[in-house]
Design a binder for this molecule. Sequence first.
Ligand code: FAD
Length: 305
Amino acid sequence: MNQFRFSRRPDIGEKVSVSFEFFPPKTDEMESRLWDTVTRLEPLRPEFVSVTYGAGGSTRERTARTVKRILNETSLTPAAHMTCVDAARDQVDTVIREFVDFGVTRFVALRGDPAAGVGTAYRPHPDGYANGAELVGALKSVGDFDISVSAYPEKHPESPDFATDIDMLKRKVDNGATRAITQFFFDNDLYERYVERARRAGIYIPIVPGILPVHNFTQVANFSSRCGALVPAWLAERFEGLENDPQTHALVASAVAAEQVLDLVERGVGDFHFYTMNRADLVFAVCHMIGIRSHEAEATGSAAA
Ligand code: FAD
């Protein structure tokens, strides 16, 4: 075991803590699926649940509504994602104040993708925050919030090299970030190497692996190539031929995610962030595999259904 791993393996279920990410629903049908998901996952007692924020504030209202409902109708602690895209500082500051006014104390601070789409050049708003680090600073100047930031085990596609990427993470930490949550990845060695690089650069906040259960391999493969996450050949082989077999696809996806998470637990990782895609089943199954059990009686989310 090397110096960057935890000093001892957590007892499964006892020491493992999880958080869940949702996106704000667009339609009534999506809204109802989200609340079914929230209700099912709430009894697992995640440390927090986060709600994403669309590029350029396109989901501002929906993100706020979802976060408010989580605050008012469940026992969960929400974290609001925020981005800097296409917004002047005072617009971003207004959104921060709105969230704070209705009781938000946790944020996920991001620069966001270029307004013209992933792969195009990012141009900060002339009066805006230039990147995630500046947004962390803005949040910290308002209050002592719990602030998560992004991290990229395979480096962000816009980073010319790992040194630049880690330097950006360091700037976020220096400005007050509490934890980093990684982009999803499928090769745990890449994550471990990244954590080692970060520790060598003097970054000591938790770097929580972001786990993406593969609900639809074809979609994940397309999306991965755009955000710079590698899809290993072995993963493609596991899902080969299952395009029209959703039941087997789901069983394989659950096994793949559980295998990844259990391997990370073996490596000493104790915190996990799940990209739920607003679906509960795979996440629930994987949490069960790492010993996280439902505390039905204590959950209040059923009121939200
Ligand atoms: P930053 O960390 O600010 O920058 C990313 C990289 O770009 C840096 O590592 C750096 O190398 C380079 N860079 C940035 N600025 C400069 C500069 N001035 N000079 C040189 N290099 C620079 N997107 C959304 O739209 N909404 C969400 O809710 C959302 N949630 C996310 C949650 C997580 C956990 C993660 C990992 C990503 C999320 N994203 C979200 C995606 C994210 O917005 C994109 O990956 C975006 O391209 C980068 O945002 P960031 O905050 O990671 O950027």
